[in-house]
Design a protein around this ligand. Structure first.
Ligand code: UGA
Length: 458
């Protein structure tokens, strides 16, 4: 019987192991994670030497977080491999039999080589084979993506032991994934493919968001442009929705990582190319804030602005790198009073996000700085109507379905006039809202006369 152990029960490790356990009844799956008391040990020189299930496992998945470094060499770009290194050292410590160690977390290219060194230098004669098996699931559709993946990617050493390890992992996935969808490559290709896939996806969004600015300037409609462009089968229709910007724990982090790797390899032109994807994303958020402020006579000081949606996309309560953070900070910088409603995100999380420094979110909660006293200009409410009451403007920052069917007449009646709505996700029915009396801004759509008269400078 094959035994699998996974270190890290986060967004990737948890669901992946659940699906393996479900699909492979003869495989025993154990998932371990750092508990509060164990954290102290992880961060000291004395690592926990035993995790239940680990010493007898044949395949060990490592699915721990790899935050962006905030200090030291590569700060703001490079991945911090502290948690990975700890995991590797622990595996070396407790292993009594040969192991296949699977990199599941997204890591910089050549991480496997470093991990291999740690394991082999501490191996006590045990054979370790490293595989890279990056995860492509998206939040909100994790189980669906795992059940029916476009592809499974397994990278390993090109030696006979390496090939055997690849086969062992392929056999696990072959329980439910058609073999033609299981791609086997060398280690570095697998590691790089993951960063490349996220960079390409983010690039599509930045491309369409760059177009959205041009659409507003010319009177074109970005939805129509996306539709027309996406009909080309070489381009395809997915991931072409203009937005206030992409968020989530991966896109920005992985691109920064890619940029760092390019720089380290003496490829500044390639690094700059990918940097632009992030710059356009930041530009889009700034542009949105500037549009709000300029439309309201160049000041939002003391004005109540309702924020509908805080999560980085719908159907999740996840707020990591959500564009809402930058938009809210931008408005707070102009002294607005914010009333925030998200069906899945609570006040504590929002206050923490608005107080936290960049990249801090990717460390375990108890290692994050204690949040300072909550920001007074921010009020979190549990209802869109409460958020919008007496507001001067409404911003839609997450595409929650419920925002499509709100009673906008009621919202309008309870708002200050002129009543503005800034739709960062293109979910509202602009024509209907204009009929009610709103001044409507939708990303990448032809502008109302009011907005044309009050140009925003990004
Ligand atoms: C992303 C990738 O889609 C997954 O394949 C990958 O495995 C994952 O990162 C990861 O590396 O862990 P995720 O971050 O869960 O998944 O979410 P996405 O659905 O990709 O959305 C990312 C952001 O782009 C969201 O803020 C979303 O609103 C935005 N987006 C997406 C747009 O603005 N426009 C679009 O057309 C699509």
């Amino acid at each position: 019987m094959v035994k699998i152990c996974c270190i890290g029960a986060g967004y990737v490790g948890g669901p992946t192991m659940a699906v393996i356990a479900l699909k492979c009844p003869e495989i025993e799956v154990a998932v371990v994670d750092i508990s509060v008391s164990r954290i102290a040990a992880w961060n000291s020189d004395v690592l926990p030497i035993y995790e239940p299930g680990l010493d007898e496992a044949d395949i060990v998945f490592v699915s721990v977080n790899t935050p962006t470094k905030t200090q030291g060499l590569g700060a703001g770009k490079a991945a911090d491999l502290t948690y990975w290194e700890s995991a590797a050292r622990m595996i070396a410590d407790v292993s009594k039999s040969n192991k296949i160690v699977v990199e599941k977390s997204t890591v910089p290219v050549k991480t496997a080589e470093a991990i291999e060194k740690i394991l082999n230098h501490n191996s006590k004669g045990i054979d370790f084979q490293i595989l890279s098996n990056p995860e492509f699931l998206a939040e909100g559709t994790a189980i669906q993506d795992l059940f029916n993946p476009d592809r499974v990617l397994i990278g390993g050493r090109e030696t006979s032991e390496g090939q055997k390890a690849i086969e062992a992992l392929r056999d696990v996935y072959a329980h439910w994934v058609p073999v033609e969808r299981i791609i086997c490559t060398n280690l570095w290709s697998a590691e790089l493919s993951k960063l490349a896939a996220n960079a390409f996806l983010a690039q599509r969004i930045s491309s369409v968001n760059a177009m959205s600015a041009l659409c507003e300037a010319t009177g074109a409609d970005v939805s129509q442009v996306s539709h027309a462009v996406g009909k080309d089968t070489r381009i395809g229709p997915k991931f072409l929705n203009a937005s206030v910007g992409f968020g989530g724990s991966c896109f920005q982090k992985d691109i920064l990582n890619l940029v760092y790797i390019c720089e380290c390899n003496g490829l500044p032109e390639v690094a700059n190319y990918w940097k632009q994807v992030i710059k356009i994303n930041d530009y889009q958020k700034t542009r949105f804030v500037n549009r709000i402020v300029s439309s309201m006579f160049n000041t939002v000081s003391g004005k109540k602005i309702a924020i509908l949606g805080f999560a980085f996309k719908k159907d999740t309560g996840d707020t990591r790198e959500t564009p809402a953070i930058d938009v809210c900070k931008g408005l707070l910088g102009d002294k607005a009073l914010l009333s925030i409603y998200d069906p899945q995100v609570n006040e504590e999380q929002i206050q923490r996000d608005l107080a936290m420094k960049k990249f801090d979110w990717d460390h375990p909660v108890h290692l994050q700085p204690v949040s300072p006293t909550s920001i007074k200009q921010v009020n979190v409410v549990w209802d869109a109507y409460a958020a919008t009451k007496d507001a001067h403007g409404v911003c839609v920052l997450t595409e929650w379905d419920e925002f499509k069917t709100l009673d906008y007449q009621r919202i309008y009646d309870n708002m200050r006039k002129p009543a503005f709505i800034f739709d960062g996700r293109n979910v509202v029915d602009e024509a209907k809202l204009r009929e009610i009396g709103f001044i409507v801004y939708s990303i990448g759509k032809p502008l109302d006369q009011w907005l044309k008269d009050m140009p925003a400078v990004a």
